[in-house]
Design a protein. Structure first.
Lengths: 154, 225
């Protein structure tokens, strides 16, 4: 049956994301806060994360492009990005922010630039994966089912 | 607004400059059936609480303090630590220095596990310090603090009378001391001990409650199960 296949895909896909470290347990916490009265909660919060991240990554590019780099400001941006990625469970993005902050502290421009690239890559990766996940969810709901997060066992 | 009965809803004021975190904390608190107001800065929080510049605590004063500065009754403030302009610590301090607001329990949240920061906040009168991301298990720990806050208001703004039967008799000791709370039937997760002076839950204390999946005060930040 189509619905079973979709639901199995959903579980396999999320299992892989957790296993490969793209997501951590905070992501499953988000689903615990979603219910009939707030059925779109996860999508809403993740969308906020996408908007936030894109803005911060742009700000970071610009800040690192200046003649006199303001490391304090850069650190503040990275701190914000680290916070929001941590809040939704985007583990790899969060970890790349941790490295980034170390280079900020050392006032190492090359290191920062390399970290920015990494942050951007990780962000794009998780964005694609979460968008694919939400698509799968939509299909499940359209097929008359509901997503099952109980088996995430985190 | 008169004194509400002890079974009415609690109102929590959540302060965080991050929109995502405001959304999260709001959901967490609403899931626990609290009424929630969110603001994005310490100054907005003080405005909401009806704080006045000259509203300082006079330590010689007797326990009757005016509650009429507060437009809306707030039973607990939960605030992020790292905020521009006014940190959560600054906000905590202003609340505790205010004669009309000092009895409102304050909880601090932070993404960073810095023992000196945690201690500073607890010493200034914060009830709890939560590491972000905050979880339902953390929010479940707010109930005793909310009950205490309500009880202080009842004690201070009404003439001495017998308190509601489910709560112990208030003592004349300083308002900051923690009082023993009998187990609430609806609470599923409870700290094993609520003895006084436990608000400085030491960093050297091991995990005391089974529901806490990660330590809050250790130098190491452990990943939850």
């Amino acid at each position: 049956m189509e619905l079973n296949r979709l639901q199995r895909s959903f579980l396999e896909y999320t299992a892989a994301l957790f296993r490969e470290g793209f997501l951590d347990s905070q992501f499953s916490q988000l689903y615990q806060l979603q219910d009939e009265s707030n059925p779109e909660f996860v999508v809403e919060v993740v969308s906020l994360f996408f908007d936030d991240s894109e803005r911060l990554i742009n700000d970071l590019s610009r800040a690192l492009d200046q003649t006199n780099v303001d490391f304090k400001k850069i650190d503040a941006h990275v701190h914000q990005l680290k916070g929001s990625s941590s809040s939704i469970g985007a583990q790899r993005v969060k970890n790349s922010c941790v490295s980034f902050r170390n280079f900020c502290e050392a006032q190492n421009i090359e290191g920062c630039l390399s970290c920015l690239q990494q942050v951007q890559q990780e962000y794009l990766l998780i964005k694609n994966k979460l968008e694919a996940l939400f698509q799968l969810e939509k299909q499940i709901v359209a097929a008359g089912g509901a997503i099952n997060t109980v088996e995430w066992m985190l | 607004m008169g004194m509400a009965a002890s079974d009415s809803q609690f109102h929590v004021l959540a302060v965080d400059d991050s929109l995502i975190d405001r959304k999260l904390i709001e959901r967490l608190l609403k899931t626990s059936s609290y009424i929630v107001t969110t603001v994005d800065s310490g100054s907005k929080a003080l405005e909401f609480l009806g704080w006045h510049e000259d509203d300082r605590r006079n330590t010689d004063e007797t326990s009757v303090s005016p509650q009429n500065h507060q437009e809306v009754e707030v039973n607990l403030v939960i605030t992020d630590y790292c905020m521009p302009e006014m940190t959560g610590y600054d906000l905590l301090k202003k609340i505790k220095e205010s004669s009309s607001l000092r009895n409102i329990p304050v909880v601090i949240m932070s993404s960073e596990n810095v023992p000196s920061r945690i201690n500073r906040c607890l010493e200034e009168g914060a009830e709890e310090f939560f590491l972000k991301p905050v979880r339902l298990s953390d929010v479940n720990k707010l109930k005793p603090h909310l009950m205490k806050g309500k009880k202080q208001e009842i004690h201070e703004s009404t003439p001495p009378q017998s308190p509601p039967s489910q709560l112990p008799t208030p003592q004349s000791s300083p308002p900051q001391s923690q009082l023993q709370q009998p187990p609430q039937p609806q609470e599923q997760q409870q700290q094993p001990s609520q003895s006084s002076n436990n608000k400085r839950k030491g960093m050297d204390e091991g995990l005391s409650s089974p529901d806490r999946t990660r330590p809050r005060y250790n130098g190491l930040t452990m990943v939850s199960n």
